[in-house]
Design a protein around this ligand. Structure first.
Ligand code: ATP
Ligand code: MG
Length: 259
């Protein structure tokens, strides 16, 4: 932990995550733009009360059921996700047998290699989508952002995309993939196009999915998992998350806690 942040600081957790990101930036994992994108997320997190809401939890349960029923799940990893949650990403890959694929908005082979190294340091055995391995193209997208791994995202049925960009999320949906987004902004295009959107901080959402996958797996009941997925309505769920933000009660409670 940083010597500069007092342990009783009201924003301790949030500041520690910032520190991880800045550290990731220095080590070449995070792009400058990624630091700014994180700030947009923080603002929404504050308005949500920096907690996993019941609606985020519902999305977490549905996402976990989908991952358990998936034939070829892939976790898309960008610099921010690797800098904040490499260990949890690797753990989720293990419990769901999902592949890990590096997928950057601003493609850059050096950064891809740094992210791969970070995941391997945290226990990953194999990382897809790095350098020339990302040789397949998403036809809906122009530019370098359309490159994906032919053995990873290209053939995946379910893709979990933490902190994804709207254009690419939409292109993946058009390719017939089921997209699970983790995005604190219920109004983002990613949040809207994904079939399951977890409006929560990636730092809380990933451990929660790991734990839910373990619980649901014990049921050994695919029919129950299918029922969970069928009963879920992403549009309604996003509207409920937005209502929490608009009411401002969670944010007020958080602010009072800090007095
Ligand atoms: P979109 O392209 O989907 O319309 P955007 O352009 O507003 O979204 P991007 O920069 O493309 O935003 O993506 C970053 C997204 O990640 C933002 O919606 C932000 O709220 C979200 N985000 C940032 N940090 C976190 C975090 N720690 N946990 C979850 N979501 C986060
Ligand atoms: Mg965007």
């Amino acid at each position: 932990m940083s010597a500069q942040i007092p342990t009783n600081h009201p924003r301790l957790k949030s500041l520690l995550v910032r520190e991880k990101l800045v550290n990731g930036f220095m080590r070449g994992l995070v792009a400058g733009e990624g630091l700014i994108a994180h700030g947009r997320g923080e603002a929404f997190d504050y308005l949500l009360g920096e907690r996993t809401t019941e609606f985020a939890n519902l999305a977490i349960i549905t996402a976990s059921a989908s991952l358990l029923l998936a034939r070829h799940p892939v976790i898309s990893v960008n610099g921010n996700a690797a800098a904040i949650c490499a260990k949890e990403i690797v753990e989720l890959g293990e419990v769901t047998s999902a592949l890990l694929e590096v997928n950057l908005f601003h493609r850059d082979e050096r950064r891809e290699r740094s992210i791969e190294k970070e995941l391997i340091k945290n226990g990953a055995r194999k990382v897809y989508g790095v350098g020339s391995r990302a040789s397949a193209r998403i036809s809906e997208l122009q530019s370098e952002r359309r490159r994906v791994d032919p053995r990873g995202i290209y053939v995946a049925d379910v893709v979990i995309v933490p902190l994804e960009d709207g254009d690419r999320a939409e292109a993946l949906v058009k390719m017939g993939k089921k997209i699970i987004a983790i995005d604190l902004n219920p109004l983002s295009r990613t949040a809207k196009v994904a079939q399951i959107t977890i409006v929560d901080n990636i730092t809380r959402a990933l451990p929660a999915i790991v734990s839910m996958v373990r619980q649901l797996r014990c049921l050994k009941d695919d029919a129950r998992l299918t029922k969970i997925i069928k009963g879920y309505n992403n549009k309604e769920n996003l509207a409920q998350s937005l209502r929490i933000i608009q009411r401002g009660k969670n944010a007020a409670a958080l602010s009072e806690k800090l007095q």
